[in-house]
Design a protein. Structure first.
Length: 216
């Protein structure tokens, strides 16, 4: 099954005060790390959505075999970036792509192994589950699941969205994201420990660096 990778890297990092895409871990920027994870998980093509600091972020992934698209409306929210990526994937040359794995670069808990697990779950259904989900391609929608700050279980990205969802995703605007699709009862989940932790503020970055320092 051909699964595209979509890396959302357009945000302005207002609460952080610096481009989170260009933060480094072990000498590697977060945007490069996240793009490499999608490539290493077997996603093809990988599309990086740029916005704020587009030139610098593009340069940070210039050594990788991927495509960049620039979102002129990134300030309106994540939905515009997802819509742009889905429009790009609907091009004829990507007709063999059956699903898109959407990720961001500010979730330190994400690993290549987790992305592979999402892809595997999306393709591990039989005829019965395909009938239940209403898909004809046999590709299931799969979200990452983790405990949110309020203690409730969250379904979120990284997530695999089958082509059947793309029309709705291409119409997104604002900061809505793919929540409506991921809340559907037929959505499968793969647990992501510490998935609710992302790098939004200087305190988050400090906690991340501290955790790296004590990791074996």
């Amino acid at each position: 099954m051909t699964v595209a990778g979509v890396l959302l890297a357009a945000g302005g990092s207002r609460r952080l005060g610096a481009p989170k895409q260009l933060l480094k871990t072990n000498g590697v920027t977060l945007v490069e790390r996240a793009a490499r994870q999608l490539l290493d998980a077997g996603c093809c093509p990988v599309i990086v959505v740029l916005g704020a600091n587009a030139a610098e972020v593009r340069d940070a992934v210039s050594m990788l075999t991927l495509e960049c698209v620039e979102n002129a409306h990134w300030e309106r929210g994540m939905g515009t970036s997802i819509a742009l990526a889905m429009t790009a994937l609907n091009a004829v040359r990507f007709a063999e792509v059956r699903a898109a794995l959407i990720a961001t670069c500010d979730m330190p808990a994400v690993t290549v192994e987790h992305l592979v697990a999402l892809k595997t779950a999306s393709n591990s259904c039989d005829a019965t589950s395909s009938a239940v989900s209403g898909t004809t391609s046999g590709v299931r929608r799969v979200a990452s699941s983790y405990v949110g700050p309020d203690g409730a279980t969250v379904r979120g990205i990284p997530a695999v969205l089958p082509r059947a969802d793309w029309s709705a995703l291409a119409a997104l605007d604002g900061d809505e994201g793919a929540r409506a699709q991921l809340r559907q009862p037929d959505t499968l989940t793969v647990s992501l420990r510490h998935g609710s932790f992302d790098l939004d503020t200087p305190a988050d970055v400090a906690a991340w660096h501290a955790s790296e320092a004590v990791s074996p």
